[in-house]
Write a protein that binds this ligand. Structure first.
Ligand code: SAM
Length: 280
């Protein structure tokens, strides 16, 4: 018997439904239900929330979210083989789990959710990064979600929480930290997964701020940051040449030395620069 609910242990679920992990779908499963409950707890108080879970697989994290009291879980899974196993969980938690068989990059699950909404996922890293960027760059802020609790490759997690002056600092850190509070909540060794991936992982928890930390136009800031880090070793007066004709003056007006490099510039100064460029 597993410890968090009355459903069978995940190894039995995987054997019964023949869910051998597929590399093409980035499948590295979490089979320890105490660990998945611990990850679910990183998402905060779920009792009043709908949780959007992407990539539930055999349902380890799904069971963690439900046993931790999520009001409702909407789980989007691409692998049709997993759906029967997920429906067994839905039957054990009547009215609290909706399973959607589809590609999270293509479907819009918003119609299935009622605010407040939190998002939790252990996804293949490429899909996770693409969804993170989408969730961080909606047309309006605050976004539809209150928090994101996401598993990443450790190196990607470090890029999300990175500070100026480090190699990991770049577009992802600025996007995440401009309008959210981001921290690494848990670190996991490869052995926590079946099969184990090559690298360590970490759970990142992001909380949406009610408004951006510093004022800036989202599209301008995004353009400036993309150009600055595209050529991160160059001086800003060179890497940002294409962004504004009088870039040296704009940099100076924003309090940035034109000879500085992107890696040294804090978020506040990038926002000041975006405002200066918008003025011109
Ligand atoms: N959440 C489960 C766990 O922690 O054991 C499974 C994690 S496994 C790393 C990633 C899961 O995401 C797999 O079940 C895979 O089939 C699913 N997946 C991959 N790409 C997806 C996509 N584009 N949309 C929805 N699910 C996807």
């Amino acid at each position: 018997m597993s410890t968090i609910d009355n459903l069978p242990p995940l190894r039995e679920v995987i054997a019964a439904h023949q869910l051998s992990a597929r590399k093409s779908l980035g499948q590295n499963f979490l089979l320890d239900l105490n660990l998945t409950a611990k990850i679910a707890r990183q998402a905060g108080d779920l009792t009043e929330c709908d949780v959007l879970e992407i990539g539930p697989g055999p349902g380890g994290l799904t069971r963690g979210l439900l046993s931790e009291g999520a009001r409702t879980v909407v789980a989007v899974e691409k692998d049709t083989r997993c759906i029967a196993a997920l429906n067994d969980i839905a039957a054990a938690y009547p009215g609290r789990l909706e399973v959607i068989n589809g590609d999270a990059l293509e479907i819009d699950p918003l119609a299935h959710l009622t605010p407040p909404i939190r998002i939790a996922a252990n996804l293949p890293y490429n899909v996770g990064t693409e969804l993170l960027v989408r969730w961080l760059t909606p047309p309006e802020w605050p976004p539809f979600w209150q928090s994101l609790t996401l598993m990443f490759q450790r190196e990607v997690a470090e890029r999300i929480v990175a500070q100026p002056g480090s190699k990991a600092y770049g577009r992802l850190a600025l996007l995440a930290q401009w309008r959210a509070e981001a921290r690494i909540a848990l670190s996991l060794p490869p052995g926590a997964f079946t099969p184990p991936p090559k690298v360590s992982s970490a759970v990142v928890h992001l909380t949406a701020l009610p408004q951006p930390r510093y004022p800036a136009d989202a599209a301008t800031l995004s353009r400036v940051v993309a150009a600055a880090f595209n050529q991160r070793r160059k001086m800003l007066r060179a890497s940002l040449k294409g962004v504004a004709p009088d870039i040296e003056d704009r940099l100076t007006a924003a309090g940035i030395k034109p000879t500085d490099r992107a890696e040294q510039i804090p978020l506040e100064a990038f926002c000041a620069l975006a405002r200066e460029i918008r003025k011109s």
